[in-house]
Design a protein around this ligand. Structure first.
Ligand code: HPA
Length: 232
């Protein structure tokens, strides 16, 4: 048991998928996994362990935003010895030519996380995905004939914006999309020498104002999940 997870020792697999939405964790566990056990209901942040194609894998809701995600990631590593942490989530594109539903393998995560400013005393740390997970995800996606984009993203602490053109400087430097979780995931994985990767689908384009229909979201979410589950 840890402070926010009530699983017993050994109940969580070495490889874990991390969606923000705990009901998404439930849905994916029921849809894709066999022999499923729910190991966590604390704060309704559901966590499940089961098997996918015979391999043991867990899926844990994390909530939105870096302070919350940081709590779950830290406890999964420190109390449950999880080795491979794969975020599965959505992002908002900041490049005009990116389409809704495209899948991004996030090579690195710039960001404005208060946590990282505290950890690194105002200096910059460059949080990156683990290369072997990234490479495996890329290969599996090709086998599944799912197109992926590989590139940088930006993790922010604020969803709602107060000033215009906030993303221009990031877009100009090649950042593909904005989300709210990966920077802390990559940082904590680096600190504890674990492997992490974020696989994201584009749910909206901040430049063009386009957003996805429920049907588009479902299809691209399924593509992303299939890639992630293959990493177990
Ligand atoms: N901003 C931050 N996070 C997001 C967005 C966004 O526009 N879309 C999906 N996740």
């Amino acid at each position: 048991m840890s402070l926010h997870i009530e699983a017993k020792s050994g109940e969580i697999a070495e490889t874990i998928l991390l969606p923000g939405d705990p009901l998404r964790a439930k849905h994916v566990a029921e849809l894709f996994l066999e022999d499923v056990v729910c190991y966590n209901k604390v704060r309704a942040m559901y966590g499940y362990t089961g098997t996918y194609k015979g391999k043991r894998v867990s899926i844990q809701g994390t909530g939105m935003g870096m302070p919350t995600v940081g709590i779950y990631v830290e406890e999964l590593i420190s109390s449950y010895n999880v080795q491979n942490l794969i975020r599965v989530g959505t992002c908002g594109a900041i490049q005009e030519d990116l389409n809704i539903g495209q899948v991004i393998l996030a090579t690195r995560a710039s960001g404005d996380s208060g946590a990282n400013m505290l950890y690194f005393k105002g200096m910059d740390f460059a949080p990156t995905a683990n290369f072997s997970l990234l490479n495996q995800a890329f290969q599996r996606a090709q086998e599944l004939e799912i197109d992926t984009l590989q590139g940088s993203i930006f993790s922010t602490d604020t969803f709602y914006e107060d000033y215009p053109n906030r993303w221009d400087i990031w877009s100009r430097h090649g950042i593909l999309a904005i989300e709210m979780e990966s920077q802390i995931l990559y940082t904590l994985a680096a600190r504890h020498r674990r492997k992490a990767l974020s696989i994201l689908t584009i749910s909206d384009n901040i430049v063009t104002g386009k957003s996805s229909s429920a049907q588009e979201r479902e299809q691209s979410y399924t593509d992303m999940m299939k890639i992630a589950l293959e990493l177990a």
